[in-house]
Design a protein around this ligand. Structure first.
Ligand code: FES
Length: 177
């Protein structure tokens, strides 16, 4: 075997420089086109995924509930005098909630797990507020917003309806992430 033939298996015979040069050009082109195809696919996929989430983003921005909530009976209105409240669970058995008949005669309902560390809040009628006893967190009974203490977020609002003297829960609104 000549010296030339002892070259490595992948090394080409350098006599044919033009062919090697063309091979190198082709390799570079291949890389360039593969990279371009990959980028096109990646960008296309991102755009498609982004477009697919638009309906959800619009719903979230408009505060439209994504799910249909059941209509669930809470209590007879005649059983809740002004200044009183009743506990219930909504929308599931693991979501404690409170229906309040305020001292001013309004009906309000919220999930009752404090947005600080989940202790149950209760209606404190002498001050007309929702109070979390764990760390003295206060919420406005009119809108569920925190008023004092550690809680930073509103209580989720339970939408209610009164029909024939019965109070029903019909939906829930998270007003804050
Ligand atoms: S858990 Fe309600 S204030 Fe801390």
């Amino acid at each position: 075997m000549t010296e030339k033939k002892k070259l490595g298996r992948n090394q080409k015979d350098t006599n044919d420089d033009m062919i090697n040069l063309v091979d190198n050009l082709n390799q570079k082109d291949d890389l360039k086109y593969n990279r371009r195809a990959f980028l096109k696919t990646a960008v296309g996929t991102s755009v498609a995924l982004g477009a697919a989430t638009i309906p959800f983003s619009v719903k979230a921005m408009l505060g439209i509930a994504e799910k249909d909530y059941e209509r669930v009976e809470i209590a007879k209105l005649s059983d809740i005098p002004e200044g009183d409240s009743v506990t219930f669970y909504y929308p599931t058995e693991s979501d404690p909630a409170l229906l309040i008949h305020t001292v001013n005669g309004d009906l309000k309902a919220y999930n009752s797990a404090c947005t600080h560390l989940m202790c149950p809040v209760f209606y404190e009628k002498t001050q007309d507020v929702l109070l979390c006893p764990c760390h003295a967190g206060y919420f406005d009974v009119n809108n569920g917003h925190p008023k004092a203490g550690p809680p930073q977020r509103e209580l989720p609002l339970i939408e209610i309806e009164v029909d024939n003297g019965i109070v029903y829960a019909v939906g829930r609104q998270y007003r804050h992430g």
